[in-house]
Each structure stands twice: as structure tokens, then as C-alpha cells.
Design a protein around this ligand. Structure first.
Ligand code: ATM
Length: 251
């Protein structure tokens, strides 16, 4: 398959959305055709399922798994495969590594069942490179909280907390033990597939993580390009940019 498929994985607050957006910006600067997607989401069905999956409404672990896979199939067939066939770079904010981590390691569902559902849902679409932005759940949750809450003037002229993330909190509400298991699931995959997964310490500054991400992408997209000489110039200014309706929050 032509094109290049890059997935970002990691826990809450790891910076996947920010890094996906920054990578898309860099590709746009070079006029490299690309598609930015997130899971679950990116299609009408996917966004509909996302709303339910993130809500606190009742859901068994088995149904949860099947809904993530349903959202995935829709995204893969309608967006990812056509983009790859057209030679584009596909950037995914989460892909099937999240299902192994959350429904497998986190929820304790059978890993072989998940792997076969992942294959069924994704068909021939598999990331050429998965970038795991790794950090402890404690640090991630602290960071995510700072993204999610901001302040807005209230009716009496004071400042009232405002929830920037209007989505539900099914996963955010799970305890640290769950998030530690999910992290273990991500790291185990990175170790088992070290030819396709790269781990980046997500605690570093956004700019240096971005440089590492760009280096990994450039090596694959433009392998003949010489490494630019180091300069004293400051790195590309970081601007997570406006986020559209289908992409409401940088995490
Ligand atoms: P974010 O896009 O905000 O990361 O939310 C998606 C949530 O869905 C995320 N929650 N946390 N933390 C992880 C979860 N998820 C799964 O449990 N399995 C999956 O297969 C995918 C794609 C996401």
C-alpha cells in the first residue's frame, strides 16, 4: 500500500492530539498531502459512538470493545484506506494499540480475541510507525486536568471554572490501577514490535517531542534528505492551532 501511516498512542495527557496537530502543520508547510484522524471518531458513526463511549452511560467491557471496533472499521474503510491508496500520510490520534492497552490490559479482555477483532476491523490498514508518548498516569492526569479546566467570567463578574472538555469521562474516571495497566499494555506492545513502535518520553517540552516526531517522520518520508545542520535558531514556534468541531481538545 502506498502512503505512510503514523499512529500516536499513549495515556491521557500524553500530548497525542497536540503532537498530531503539529505534525500535520509541518506536513502542510511542505505541501505533503495528509489526513489527520482520531479514534474513536472521524466519521458520522464514529463521532456518534465516541459520544456514547466517553459518556458514563451503561456499557459492558465486551460491548465497549465492539463499539470501538465498529468505529474503527468505518474510519478505515471510508477515510484511511482511500488516503493511503492516494499516497497520503495518515496521522491517527490513537489506533488499535489503544484497544490492546485499554480493553485488553485495562479491562482484562482476551488479547487474542482483541487482536483478531483489530485485524478484522482494520483490514489491510496497519500503522507503519506507532509513536508511543509515554508518561506515568499520575503526570498525565495532572496535565490533562490543566488542559480541561479554564476560567471564564461568571454573571457576578468573578471567575468561574469552565469545563473545556464537554465530553464524558468514562475513562478518566477509572482508577490509577486501570491506567497503570493500560500503560503496561502500551509498553509491552512497543517492546514486542520495536521495528514499528518508538517510545518517546512525553514529559519533555512540547518542542523537543515535536522534533523527535519530525525526525522519525522525515526519515521515513524523505529518506534521501540530508539531516539539516544544527543551528542556533529557535525551534518552530508551537501553536496547537484552532481545533475544529471534530477535534475539540488537545490531550
Ligand atoms: P481521547 O481521544 O480523548 O484520548 O479519548 C478516547 C478514549 O477512548 C481514551 N480514554 N482515555 N484515557 C481511550 C479510549 N479508547 C479505548 O479504550 N480503546 C480504543 O480502542 C480507543 C481507540 C480508545
Amino acid at each position: 500500500m502506498a502512503g505512510l501511516f503514523i499512529a500516536f498512542e499513549g495515556g491521557e495527557g500524553a500530548g497525542k492530539t497536540t503532537q498530531s496537530l503539529l505534525l500535520a502543520e509541518r506536513l502542510a508547510e511542505r505541501q505533503t498531502p495528509h489526513l489527520l484522524v482520531r479514534e474513536p471518531g472521524g466519521t458520522e458513526l464514529g463521532e456518534y459512538l465516541r459520544e456514547y463511549l466517553k459518556s458514563e452511560r451503561p456499557l459492558s467491557p465486551e460491548a465497549e470493545l465492539l463499539l470501538f471496533e465498529a468505529a474503527r472499521t468505518e474510519l478505515v474503510t471510508s477515510q484511511i484506506l482511500p488516503a493511503l491508496a492516494a499516497g497520503q500520510v495518515v496521522i491517527a490520534d490513537r489506533f488499535f494499540g489503544s484497544t490492546i492497552a485499554y480493553q485488553g490490559y485495562g479491562r482484562g479482555l482476551d488479547l487474542q480475541v482483541i487482536e483478531s477483532l483489530n485485524r478484522f476491523a482494520a483490514g489491510p490498514a496497519a500503522p507503519d510507525l506507532t509513536i508511543l508518548l509515554d508518561l506515568s498516569p499520575e503526570a498525565g492526569i495532572r496535565r490533562a486536568m490543566s488542559f480541561q479546566t479554564s476560567f471564564s467570567p461568571d454573571a457576578s463578574g468573578g471567575l468561574a471554572p469552565m469545563q473545556r472538555n464537554a465530553e464524558g469521562t468514562r475513562f478518566e474516571d477509572l482508577d490509577l490501577e486501570f491506567h497503570n495497566k493500560a500503560r503496561e499494555g502500551f509498553r509491552a506492545q512497543a517492546e514486542a514490535h520495536h521495528d514499528k513502535w518508538v517510545v518517546i518520553d512525553a514529559l519533555g517540552p512540547i518542542e523537543s517531542v515535536q522534533e523527535e516526531v519530525w525526525k522519525l517522520t522525515r526519515e521515513r518520508l524523505y529518506p534521501d534528505e540530508a539531516e539539516p545542520a544544527a543551528t542556533a535558531e529557535s525551534p518552530t514556534p508551537v501553536n496547537p492551532g484552532p481545533q475544529g468541531e471534530l477535534w475539540p481538545q488537545a490531550t
